[in-house]
Design a protein around this ligand. Structure first.
Ligand code: SF4
Ligand code: SF4
Length: 263
């Protein structure tokens, strides 16, 4: 069995066998302020069976208040560089103006925690605004995986798309291939970086950091293989959309009440 096959077959073995373990160790240290459990548990979880799970995330758009706590939690948990161009998850503000034109920008957080927007729109011109949390869609048919020349990015059996930073040569092909702008080159590691669904937490039965801190429960994480999961119920009771469905990437981030203006 070659290393890649080994990684794909055993997500937990992968954690202890690759750069993810280093990342995980960083994360558990960085996350001390957001979760005490992750600082005390060992990364590997005996008995975890990736074959019996298949993960996805729901976004309840009407619930998102654009507070940005999810972004901050992700930054701390995953040691994401704080420059605005680097993000594993972000929140877009959509402003629909009275003349029906649309302004889209990302929420940024100031040093004092206050929200900032790049675009200033006169309140009198605003018809409505809403917020759209975004992240890697953990596509079931991921173009990023298809283009990687060294097999450094791949899908786990339980439905996450992961980067093995030991293998990644930083060629940026996956960054170009992702139609959702979900990847960036980490300036410290010089490797591709993106949301992992907080895989190091999920295999321990925890929620991704962004889900855990959301005060309105706008983010719903769950196992698509479990009929009892909140995510499956969320899909059942809402009209669900995914981003850019025409690309056939089969995203596993599901949006309820998605406005037609969102792209
Ligand atoms: Fe693969 Fe890394 Fe290149 Fe992305 S940047 S395509 S993960 S080698
Ligand atoms: Fe790959 Fe982008 Fe799809 Fe994530 S959203 S799996 S990075 S193509």
């Amino acid at each position: 069995m070659d290393k890649r096959e080994f990684l794909k077959k055993g997500a937990i073995l992968f954690i202890s066998a690759s750069g993810v373990v280093r990342h995980l160790e960083r994360s558990t240290t960085a996350s001390a302020s957001t979760t005490s459990a992750s600082t005390t548990q060992k990364p590997a979880v005996p008995g975890y069976d990736p074959a019996s799970h298949y993960y996805g995330m729901g976004i309840d758009v009407d619930r998102c208040i654009g507070c940005g706590r999810c972004v901050e939690a992700c930054t701390v948990e995953n040691d994401v560089p704080r420059e605005p161009s680097y993000a594993r998850t972000w929140v877009e503000r959509y402003v629909i103006k009275n003349d029906k034109s649309v302004v889209v920008d990302r929420i940024e957080t100031g040093e004092g925690g206050e929200r900032k927007f790049k675009e200033v729109v006169d309140e009198a011109d605003i018809l409505r605004t809403f917020f759209i949390p975004k992240l890697c869609n953990h596509c079931a048919n991921p173009p990023c995986v298809q283009v990687c020349p060294v097999g450094a990015t791949f899908s786990t059996e339980d439905g996450a798309v992961i980067v093995d930073e030991e293998r990644c040569i930083g060629c940026r092909y996956c960054i170009q291939a992702c139609p959702y702008g979900a990847r960036f080159l980490n300036p410290r590691t010089k490797t591709a970086d993106k949301c992992t669904f907080c895989y190091h937490r999920v295999v321990k039965g925890m929620q991704p950091a962004c889900v855990e801190v959301c005060p309105t429960q706008a983010r719903i994480f769950g196992d698509l293989r479990s009929k009892a999961s909140r995510l499956v119920r969320f899909q059942r009771v809402n009209k669900i959309h995914v981003l850019k469905p025409h690309l056939n990437t089969e995203p596993k981030v599901y949006y309820a009440d998605l406005d037609g203006e969102v792209r």
